[in-house]
Design a binder for this molecule. Structure first.
Ligand code: C2O
Length: 609
């Protein structure tokens, strides 16, 4: 039961969302004395501290909530029966939702100074509940792949977006307001309904996919209505296919509304995108084929190997009272987050990235909506890959909701249960080949037959080079100020096929990172390479990455220390390495960027179903 009393300060952490902020590098030594790498330290500080703009905190919490509830019930008359209205008292069920009656100022750091930023939409005075169209499946809008659209389509989208940009900023349908939606929902503009001291956050949890789906849904409807074409469908950036692994060229047309000056100038077309992007100080410049291979491996990991359970793919449950955004799903971390960074512009001489490279400004770049259309598409695709890939049935998931303005500037409340099927909402995606499905990686090292010894026993030559000057870590927490590795025992080995289908063996890593530092590290399992600083993410041993997108929340942030948990699938990986009879695994952590303040708090194996 969530307490109604003001909660203690909470930290939050957001994974995978862009960042901003970058600072010239600091040199950090890797374990190998011949390898020194520039590590950009990214101070991303899209935080808020606007208590003076809120209802005074001294107000009795129960009283103020009660008041708000009355107010909302009085609004449309449609919602009197709802038990979890914005600002309503904590009910027995614990879905979490924003209190839109109390949107507050966001603050971002600009050249070292905190600035407040008003990301709030016009205050909704009356809202309606979203209703799915009565009949669906006919006349579906089809969102096209951006690299395949023709001139007529681009002209149409151009016109719609120009009209949206021409609306006065005060109009909730305007592009300026659409962009602010992301800021308000990601930078602590809203607190959790019923919990004025806890931010509402749409990243790093099971809300990630539904929130962004609803966001794009209304964005698309507004565009369609501005050109009187209800069939208009936004394009998706097909970055999971080699043909789409470049910024769609029309977004780079300076004389169009699609253009945004705040993009990394080194990543404009025809630069091939990098799903493993480690920051501007470490551009990879790998051969085309290798880059594509790595990108497809990242996709395979995000969609298959690290997405074996709903929680692994969709993100973990996020209920009323939970700290915001601590357990993102696989795809949200990478490539979703790395693509934000790859597109965003690291501003010279400042620690900031804009627009895509930062939460508060990501929605200002028109490419954001194409990026997220593809993210949305992956949600639909994931559910077709296995009968086990299903949405949560949990009521707290289904009953969480958000608010948007529709094409008539009418505020609408939409709950997650109405966002589960794009087809029911009236749209689908132009089909494309999914080459990443065929991109299950192969081992880099030899496939071993002999069992691995576990820690404190002889290491049978494995890791010998590393172990010589970088012995294994035997306890956690451990700072990640260099390559570190450990060996952890496996609770069960050689499970049956059925057991493996029922439960995924999962490597769980708990991470603490500083809120104003952007950080990324890679995780390798049983990597026998003597130089784990190699940037190889196309082989079996690469388990996945942690991407910390710093984000100070409006409430809390004591010490600006944030926690998150990432999860990597081990079942296929161990089989592919021929290591399924091993009693333990070697886990190597390779810092990639901004890890000076990262601490690995815990590493363990669990079984998830
Ligand atoms: Cu709300 Cu790509 O993030």
């Amino acid at each position: 039961m969530a307490s109604l009393a003001p909660s203690p300060p909470r930290e939050a952490f957001l994974l995978s969302l862009l960042t901003h902020c970058r600072e010239p590098s600091q040199l950090s030594a890797f374990h190998s004395n011949k390898t020194r790498r520039a590590i950009p330290k990214i101070s991303c500080n899209a935080s808020k501290n606007d208590s003076k703009h809120q209802t005074p905190k001294t107000t009795d919490a129960k009283t103020s909530k009660f008041d708000r509830r009355n107010m909302l019930i009085g609004l449309g008359g449609l919602y009197g029966a709802a038990t979890t209205l914005g600002g309503g008292p904590a009910a027995i069920a614990k879905p979490t939702s924003p209190d839109v009656t109390q949107c507050g100022l966001a603050s971002v750091e600009d050249k070292g100074k905190s600035m407040t930023l008003d990301c709030c939409p016009p205050k909704p005075s009356q809202f309606v509940d979203f209703k799915l169209p009565k009949s669906y499946g006919h006349n579906l809008k089809i969102r096209p792949a951006a690299h395949l659209v023709d001139k007529t389509y681009i002209e149409k989208y151009n016109k719609a977006l120009s009209l949206m940009k021409a609306l006065p900023d005060s109009d909730p349908r305007s592009f300026a307001q659409q962009a602010k939606v992301h800021c308000a929902y990601c930078n602590g503009g809203y607190h959790q309904a019923g919990l004025p001291d806890l931010d509402f956050q749409v990243h790093g949890s099971w809300l990630f996919f539904p929130f962004h789906r609803a966001y794009l849904y209304f964005y698309e409807r507004i565009l369609g209505s501005l050109i009187n074409d209800p069939t208009f469908a936004i394009p998706y950036w097909n970055w999971d296919h080699p043909d789409g692994m470049v910024m769609p060229t029309f977004f780079n047309d300076q004389n169009s509304p699609f253009f945004d000056v705040n993009r990394d100038q080194n990543h404009l077309p025809p630069t091939v995108m990098d799903h493993t992007y480690d920051g501007p100080a470490k551009e990879h410049h790998m051969p085309y084929d290798e880059q594509i291979k790595q990108n497809l491996t990242i996709m395979y990991k995000a969609m298959v190997a690290n997405a074996k359970t709903p929680e692994m793919f969709l993100g973990a449950p996020y209920r009323q009272g939970d700290p915001p955004g601590t357990q993102p799903g696989s795809l949200e971390v990478q490539p979703h987050g790395t693509i934000h960074n790859w597109v965003g512009n690291p501003k010279p001489n400042t620690p900031f990235w804009e627009d895509m490279g930062n939460f508060y400004s990501a929605g200002r770049d028109p490419i954001f909506y194409a990026h997220h259309a593809n993210v949305d598409r992956t949600w639909s695709i994931w559910k077709t890959l296995s009968p086990k890939n299903k949405d949560f049935k949990d009521k707290d998931f289904l009953n969480s909701y958000f608010y948007f303005f529709d094409e008539n500037a009418q505020p609408v409340r939409i709950s997650v249960r109405d966002c589960l099927s794009s087809r029911k909402m009236g749209y689908d995606y132009q089909p494309m080949d999914l080459p990443w499905l065929r991109s299950r990686p192969n081992p880099f090292g030899r496939v071993r037959k002999a069992p691995r010894r576990i820690l404190n026993k002889v290491f049978s030559g494995v890791k010998n080079a590393v172990a010589a000057d970088n012995p294994p870590v035997t306890s956690f927490p451990q700072p990640l100020n260099k390559v570190i590795w450990t060996n952890i025992p496996r609770p069960i080995k050689l499970r049956s096929k059925k057991e493996k289908e029922d439960e995924e063996e999962v490597l769980i890593i708990e991470v603490e990172s500083k809120g104003d530092v952007y950080s990324k590290f890679d995780v390798y399992v049983n990597d026998e390479d003597e130089t784990p600083s190699k940037e190889n993410r196309s082989q079996t041993e690469y388990a996945g990455s942690f991407v910390n997108v710093p984000h100070k929340h409006r409430h809390g942030d004591a010490g600006n220390v944030m926690s998150t948990t990432v999860k990597f699938g081990l079942t296929d990986l161990m089989e592919d390495l021929g290591a399924d009879d091993d009693e333990g695994i070697d886990v190597t952590f390779v810092p990639r960027t901004g890890t000076e303040s990262v601490v690995i708090k815990d590493v363990r194996i669990e079984f998830l179903n």
